[in-house]
Design a protein around this ligand. Structure first.
Ligand code: KDG
Length: 310
């Protein structure tokens, strides 16, 4: 099974200490970006992955290409553009303990200039699943158009609402994301209470499923942070409680959850099995800095589940 994704891979500069960025002396560098994280999770669970993106003609662009290629991701559709590679700082544990804030430097970046011409028809139409997020839709007009084009040619679609209010207003997010959902039936929708509040004014998991189902969503993954996640599909619903782990940085946990769930469910695993593995993957991610290094394989996630139970 191959999954293709459109998104902006980024360099992450993660604070070595908690607190306001102005006092942080040292940063640790990682390769991240929501869609890339999702693909890595899918690969760890047996899928093949193709990334469609632009990186800058700079050291960080080379780093991202080498990192993704080294993990076995197909980067043949990643173009090097004449601009810089976007990056962001992670401020950890401030002002809310256990949470992180992202400070982006990506305006006018190579990645945000992605356009429909980057979305290679054969790459997307031959993949079993196409994935992207509300982050990509928020980057620029051309990035939003690239998402629309991919939606037109994809066999199956997975979409994570991932509303980042540093990239667009709640009002714009609502009208553009609801527009995308009206354009086509989405097979997997991943969202959370804050995003569903913005999109449909609803936080109750069952009500959220019922609303999105009417819009053609087949499977809903509803993440409720450290409390766990729900999965709803035709005639089925499951809840998996989250695990109590020590939080270093929650950034990327949602992508690990989504990529693990979708790839396992696409591969024919039962809803509760896919959800349990997905929540275990996200529990691991919050225990470290870096979004994707610790995402487990299917076998390792089983050990995580067994270990945390015992
Ligand atoms: O979900 C994790 C992402 O938020 C992080 O990797 C950075 O892609 C990113 C973004 O745009 O926020």
């Amino acid at each position: 099974m191959r999954i293709a994704a459109v998104g902006e891979p980024l360099i992450q500069l993660n604070s070595m200490t908690r607190g306001p960025l102005r006092y942080v002396k040292y940063f640790e560098k990682h390769v991240a970006g929501s869609e890339l994280n999702f693909l890595i999770a899918a690969m760890r669970n047996g899928a093949d992955a193709s990334l469609i993106a632009r990186v800058g003609d700079d050291e960080f662009g080379i780093e991202i290409l080498e990192y993704a290629r080294g993990l076995g991701i197909d980067v043949s559709a990643v173009k090097v553009a004449r601009s810089y590679t976007g990056f962001y700082f992670v401020q950890r544990g401030y002002p809310v303990p256990g949470r992180s804030e992202l400070v982006y430097h990506r305006s006018g970046s190579a990645g945000s200039s992605i356009s429909p011409s980057d979305v290679e028809r054969s790459l997307v139409s031959s993949a079993e699943l196409f994935h992207t997020t509300g982050i990509t839709a928020a980057l620029s007009e051309s990035a939003l158009a690239a998402v629309r084009r991919a939606f037109q040619i994809a066999k199956k679609i997975s979409f994570d609402t991932n509303i980042r209010l540093r990239l667009w207003s709640a009002q714009t997010a609502r009208s553009e994301i609801m527009g995308l959902l009206a354009q086509t039936d989405v097979d997997y929708l991943i969202t959370d209470p804050d995003d569903s509040q913005i999109l449909i004014g609803e936080r109750d998991p069952h009500a959220v499923y019922s609303r999105f189902r009417k819009l053609g969503v087949k499977v809903l993954v509803y993440k409720v942070g450290s409390r766990g996640a729900y999965a709803f599909a035709e005639g089925e619903q499951r809840f998996q409680r989250g695990y109590r782990v020590s939080v270093e940085d929650p950034t990327g946990a949602g992508d690990a959850l989504a990529g693990t769930f979708v790839s396992l469910h696409m591969a024919g695993r039962a809803l509760d099995y896919a959800l349990a593995h997905a929540v275990a993957a996200s529990a691991l991610v919050v225990t470290v800095r870096g979004d994707n290094e610790i995402i487990p394989t299917e076998a390792d996630a089983q050990k995580t589940i067994d270990g945390l139970k015992g």
